[in-house]
Design a protein around this ligand. Structure first.
Ligand code: SF4
Ligand code: SF4
Length: 266
């Protein structure tokens, strides 16, 4: 069984995104079109049949670039696991047809990122009976919530110059990290099957962090491996972090007694 501490499994079903955002490795690194094979995917879902956390289709692709693969993968995950299913999308392929398909496949949540600024006239493009309510508005982050049929929609804009983090080999910070990080307790799977310990790493850019590959090994064996356990242990201290983690400012923990106790419990 997968660890009960696991809360998030992030899967890239194929390799493509239609955008090249400056804070994303897609801005300079092309990937040939390919997709995660069905056998590896079904084996993964079989190992996750009791998993009740989140499965999100996010990573470094725009999942709706190839809706046919995505709809199938969502449907399989719905049938084979108890997970809550999310996608992260830039919204470029959202329309009434794709929303209905996502709804029919059993998607639970859409994280819709407004990459062109929060003033972008999204309401005009998104007039499918969704009523959005403003949920949060702080410097660097504006967020609305809405619902389309059974799907919750979380639509947000963020200022990556203010709150972006290092990704792949793009460095947005030079501050040294001592904070622990809980990311390696989750699972991040590239379209190649490579398993990474963090959403900010990619197998082709950070190969030294590849923990295994689901085409060859089960996710259970990979998550129990010495490489994963050692990395999790290393990331649960208040020591200076190494490698790409050295200057990462993602999900910082404060160095206080409560945090130390929580971290010890992991
Ligand atoms: S941030 Fe998202 S939309 Fe932008 S290039 Fe990367 S994957 Fe594509
Ligand atoms: S410190 Fe940053 S790069 Fe390292 S595992 Fe955590 S989120 Fe990922």
């Amino acid at each position: 069984m997968l660890s009960t501490k696991l809360k998030l499994v992030d899967i890239e079903v194929h390799s493509r995104c239609n955008r090249k955002c400056w804070f994303c490795p897609n801005s300079y690194k092309e990937r040939e079109f390919d997709f995660l094979g069905n056998n590896a995917y079904e084996r993964l879902l079989q190992d996750m049949k009791d998993y009740k956390g989140i499965i999100t289709f996010a990573r470094y692709h725009e999942p709706l670039v190839n809706g046919i693969i995505l709809y199938r993968r969502i449907k399989q995950a719905k049938e084979m696991t108890k997970a809550k299913l999310y996608i992260n999308t830039n919204g470029d392929y959202l329309n009434e047809t794709s929303l209905d398909m996502l709804n029919d496949c059993g998607l639970d949540v859409i994280n819709l990122q407004l990459y062109d600024g929060y003033q972008q006239p999204f309401a005009e493009r998104f007039d499918y009976g969704v009523k959005f309510d403003l949920y949060k508005s702080v410097p660097g982050w504006v967020e609305w919530r809405g619902k389309y049929k059974n799907i919750e929609i979380r639509m947000y804009w963020r200022d990556f110059k203010m709150n972006g983090v290092n990704r792949g080999d793009i460095k947005l910070s030079n501050r040294i990290r001592t904070s622990p990080c809980t990311q390696p307790f989750n699972v991040f799977i590239d379209y190649t099957g490579d398993v990474l310990p963090c959403c900010n790493m990619r197998g082709d850019i950070n190969p030294e962090y590849v923990m295994g590959n689901i085409n060859k090994d089960s996710i259970i064996d990979i998550m129990k491996s010495k490489k994963v356990k050692d990395f999790q242990k290393e990331m649960m201290t208040f020591e200076v972090k190494k490698g790409v983690c050295r200057t990462c400012q993602f999900g910082l923990f404060r160095n206080n007694i409560i945090n130390k106790m929580l971290i010890k419990k992991r």
